[in-house]
Design a protein around this ligand. Structure first.
Ligand SMILES: [Zn+2]
Length: 192
């Protein structure tokens, strides 16, 4: 009985194929780009309105809009290049470190940094993961752990979950008791 229990927690969960995961993943990806497009459109609209109604200078306004458009497109590609390409990959925890920060002299929270060595040798970094003191990832991920990063999520899934009494929700980052099937914070299916 104990053995069966254990074996169920070795290997990556098939729950990632659940529809709820696909939905959240798609939303997360497009949200960044939509925010950017809205910002550029807002900048163009404001320039157009101010130019026409305040300065009554259509030519000058169009010139500025041209500049905004060019700068906007350039930044769009720079940001895309700088961003780590987000793909699903397997790797090993290379480094993990947390710092305890204080919020306005009252509550404490954690900021964690995790580096993963991917199978292709590249390093992938989870930077500035903010969490409550109850979600201490240094108690969950250990150096050398085999992990899988799932495209669109901000925490990796552990391959071997047998030694843990918690499971991480890769969507919201809460550490949840392993007996649970759903995250008590965001209600999503847990990868276990
Ligand atoms: Zn959650």
């Amino acid at each position: 009985m104990q053995e069966t229990e254990k074996n169920q927690n070795v290997g990556y969960s098939s729950n990632i194929t659940e529809e709820v995961f696909d939905k959240t993943r798609d939303n997360r990806k497009s949200r960044d780009e939509i925010t950017y497009i809205i910002t550029v459109v807002a900048a163009v609209t404001v320039t157009l309105l101010v130019g026409i109604f305040r300065y009554q200078d259509l030519k000058g306004t169009l010139f500025f809009i041209g500049i905004i458009a060019v700068v906007g497109v350039i930044f769009f590609f720079i940001l895309k290049q700088k961003k780590q390409p987000d793909i699903t990959y397997d790797g090993v925890v290379k480094f993990i470190e947390k710092s305890v920060e204080t919020y306005r002299n009252k509550g404490k929270y954690l900021v964690t940094y995790i580096a993963i060595t991917r199978e292709d040798g590249k390093i992938f970094v989870y930077n500035n993961i903010v969490s409550s003191v109850h979600n201490d990832y240094t108690t969950y991920y250990q150096i050398g752990d085999k992990v899988r990063h799932h495209k669109g999520y901000f925490l990796p899934e552990k391959y071997d979950k047998t030694q843990d009494d918690k499971v991480v929700c890769i969507l919201c980052g809460h550490l949840i008791d392993k007996e649970k099937d759903y995250c008590s914070n965001c209600q999503k299916v847990l990868l276990k």
